[in-house]
Design a protein around this ligand. Structure first.
Ligand code: NAD
Length: 359
């Protein structure tokens, strides 16, 4: 069956990096028999400029019927003064809600060729390969009630609610265990069960779900310790599963272990494993139209899409291997050149496509 992929380029470097990722997809279509249909749609500031809406209905419809969404990046200084609802970033939030993308997969993978881009010692990070599975649509960011109030004595107070229902924990647990089955079969559930009731239930449910995955080893860690362990000896982890707030913080920490924002993809999945794939970085207005943007995070997002939504693990590996080969050739964009010479966005895209074609 033909899988439908919505392509949403967005703003500034968004179209530049998406262009290279689409060339990779087309190469797989032509040379590897990948059965996909690509449909482009406006999003973010580019969509707002045309229609006054960062996520036009037509785009939303395309995304709802797509098997996967490949998203570039949105936003820019000219949109910052807009009302919150009209800002480009709202498109992404709305897509997550509309498609019920509750599972955020954030790999922190360090290609051995780039060990020097990390601020940590080479022996600590070399060969790093962690997957953080973050719950994305629940927890304290969405819990009700929330707000501000003034007490009788006139003092101001503010409050948020941390709440998780059983089904929300159960479904993210399943995602984590299923992801672990495709990796080294280890899940570490991160919580704060020594202090929070929500974490107590979280831990209980993780243990219950783990019984359905006897091949996967489950461990638990408090979040403060997990933050320490991530910078002390990150290679002890395979899959980390955690809630929305802890995941937000830990996934950025893990990303920085690799040193480069231009190399990391991310996926947000629904209960059927369909989802939205994008680089973790933003639209980088500061380097737009200079030809220096690193397209590899977006190209690696395509690999994630193939592995997690399209069941094409072999093609995913081919892309990852091609990226590794490009790095072996010494080709670098500015962000990963460590002060040395660098090539353009287009050169990197050409190299990945040529290596794939030669296979
Ligand atoms: P950013 O990620 O766009 O850029 C941070 C720094 O990293 C910049 O110096 C940039 O040049 C560099 N960088 C980012 N991607 C790169 C790449 N592929 N290759 C080389 N260098 C790269 O973050 P920011 O500057 O804080 O935000 C810029 C805009 O992007 C804002 O409008 C922000 O709201 C938006 N944003 C969007 C998303 C998204 O679409 N998912 C995510 C984060 C930020």
């Amino acid at each position: 069956m033909t899988a439908k992929i919505a392509i949403l380029a967005g703003d500034f470097i968004g179209p530049e990096i998406i262009h290279e990722a689409v060339r990779v997809l087309k190469c797989l279509q032509k040379h590897f028999g990948l059965n996909v249909e690509l449909e482009h749609a406006d999003v973010g500031g580019a969509a707002y400029d045309k229609s006054g809406n960062p996520l036009p209905e037509a785009t939303l419809e395309i995304c709802k019927s797509a098997d996967s969404i490949l998203f570039g990046a949105v936003g820019g200084p000219q949109y910052e003064a807009l009302e919150r609802d009209l800002r480009p970033e709202q498109a992404l939030l709305r897509l997550r809600t509309e498609r019920e993308l509750f599972a955020n997969l954030r790999p922190a993978t360090l290609f051995p060729q780039l060990t020097n881009t990390s601020s940590l010692k080479p022996e600590v990070v070399s060969g790093l390969d962690i997957m953080i599975v973050r719950e994305l649509t629940g927890g304290i960011y969405f819990g009700q009630p929330r707000g501000f109030r003034t007490l009788e004595n006139g003092e101001r107070e503010s409050f948020n609610t941390l709440v998780y229902s059983e089904h929300e924990v159960r479904r993210i647990a399943h995602t984590a265990f299923q992801v672990a089955l495709k990796r080294k079969r280890k899940v570490c559930s991160v919580d704060k069960a020594n202090v929070l009731e929500v974490s107590e239930l979280w831990r209980q449910i993780m243990i219950e779900v783990s019984k359905e995955y006897p091949e996967v080893e489950l461990s638990h860690m408090y979040v403060d310790n997990a933050a320490m362990q991530l910078v002390k000896w990150p290679k002890q982890f395979d899959v980390i599963v955690t809630d929305n707030l802890f995941g937000d913080i830990l996934s950025d920490t893990a990303a920085m272990l690799t040193g480069s924002i231009g190399m990391l993809p991310t996926a947000s999945l629904d209960k059927n494993g369909k989802g939205l794939y994008e680089p973790i970085h933003g639209s980088a207005p500061d380097i737009s139209a200079t030809g220096v943007a690193n397209p590899l995070a977006t190209i690696l997002s395509v690999a994630m899409m193939l592995r997690y939504s399209l069941n094409e693990a072999e093609m995913a590996t081919q892309i990852e291997q091609a990226v590794s080969d490009v790095l072996d050739l010494g080709m670098r964009t500015q962000d990963i050149a460590d002060g040395g010479s660098y090539v353009s966005t287009r050169n990197i895209g050409d190299a990945v496509v040529n290596i794939l074609k030669s296979r």
